[in-house]
Design a protein around this ligand. Sequence first.
Ligand code: NAP
Length: 267
Amino acid sequence: MELTRGVLVTGADGQLGAALCEAFADTDVVALTQADWDVTLPPPALPEVDVVLHAAAWTDVDDAEEHPQEAAAVNVGGTQHAAEIGAPLVLFSTDYVFDGRKREPYVESDAPAPLSVYGRTKLQAEAEAGEDAWIVRTSWLFGWTGTNFVRTMLRLGAERDELAVVDDQRGCPTYVGHLAPAVRELLDRPRGVWHITADGDCTWADFAEAIFEEAGVDCRVRRITTGELGRRASRPANSVLRTARPHAPRLPHWRDGLRACLERLCG
Ligand SMILES: NC(=O)c1ccc[n+]([C@@H]2O[C@H](COP(=O)([O-])OP(=O)(O)OC[C@H]3O[C@@H](n4cnc5c(N)ncnc54)[C@H](OP(=O)(O)O)[C@@H]3O)[C@@H](O)[C@H]2O)c1
């Protein structure tokens, strides 16, 4: 797609939003934070753009269980409002639309069955975006801003000798610095649902060990179960997404993403 009028990014100061702003920096980027536009409200007057990259969302999975209406207002209402802008839309969705019972990776044609309020609101958001949007299902995002697993592990690993980390959820940790350029590639592909995650997969405990190894942090990982951790929202045991679509954008392995992220965080 030729981007003559530029792109609009919602959630521009979130981890993916920040990466999208960088990946499209050679075009005109209208970068909107929540202070610029609360997406629970109809869109304000905005300049015309070629595409809306809708990265704003309620992303606190556990909090959504206690605030389902508020989470829906952001995720479902916000997507409805983003679609009202009238430009082609890219919606970011999640592995949490699946229940995790499948033994193989999930492909685009698998039936969603979300376990959590967050997952349900994201699935409803997909419906609001409609068939004319690009719906990018991705997973376990990490980057150089905001709160994410990599930054949390680096902080806690520096304070403690041992950390208990869940070892019975498997997914694809995806670096936003690799995802954002792939979104640009996707604009030249047909619309519809696309699974775009890093190559490879692991458990959270494997990921934590890799973080400590790559960052040279001396902290042991104690492998625990989801039940032992006791979070409010249920999460799929198997979160691994793969694409079955031809010409899908491909991302590097999650470990390469981790190295690139650490390089940016720690130098
Ligand atoms: N994080 C993951 O592991 C993951 C996995 C799969 C899919 N996704 C999806 O990928 C997208 C980006 O996720 P992310 O990790 O970049 O999220 P993030 O870092 O939490 O960023 C979310 C952004 O949305 C903004 N936002 C929240 N409520 C808003 C509102 N009412 N109006 C306008 N902006 C609002 C936040 O602003 P404030 O900072 O001001 O609250 C923040 O800038 C989301 O659609 C998410 O569902 C994420």
